[in-house]
Design a protein around this ligand. Sequence first.
Ligand code: CA
Length: 240
Amino acid sequence: MSPAPSTEPAARVLVVEDERALAGMVAAYLSRAGYETTVVHTGPAAVESVREKAPDVVVLDLGLPGLDGVEVCRTIRTFSDCYIIVVTARTDEVDRLIGLSVGADDYVTKPFSVRELVARVQAVLRRPRTGTAARAYQQEPAWVFGDLRVDSAGFEVHLRGQRVDLTPTERDLLITLASRPRTAFSRGRLIEEVWGGGWVGDEHLVDSHIAHLRRKLGDDPDTARYITTVRGVGYRMGPG
Ligand code: CA
């Protein structure tokens, strides 16, 4: 594993896991990969740590004593747009979680390889620098769709002049769609461009994030102004 470049401050990762041996092992791998790693063992401690240390990525085990992991995820989302990678015990639970719209950016199921988890952390952190979104931003200063303005400066999105707070995943999805407004993207292609290659999971993750995005933009899927569902394909930018 290559260390993070020394010219940049190390990205901060918070590991939330009540199994102490597993937490220690994950933290050791992440530290060795060059990340500044913090470990907590309970939900309330996780929320407090995100408030205090503003990590870039939270690796959140859902099976926690006390405050349930789903609630922890939702609570973090009310004040932070950090990346959240949820760790869950069962593959079939991922579907349920996506349905619950907890606001996670990625899912890893137990048992997992710690190397794979580190790769996922690296993948989310790489997104803004090498993803389609970043490349598109370098080429275009802004895109305008009616009342919606997607700006390159500061990665900002405005709706009728008001700033819209998006999570990094929602932002990357919106930019990917906006950068090629006439293109219909399949869910698989959006996963490849936004989550990065090698993502193994449920394509409904895309639907969940699109639903969040639409809610924040006040966009009705039946009479879409910004994000249109393309039947049998996926999504494209622009009115339906
Ligand atoms: Ca646990």
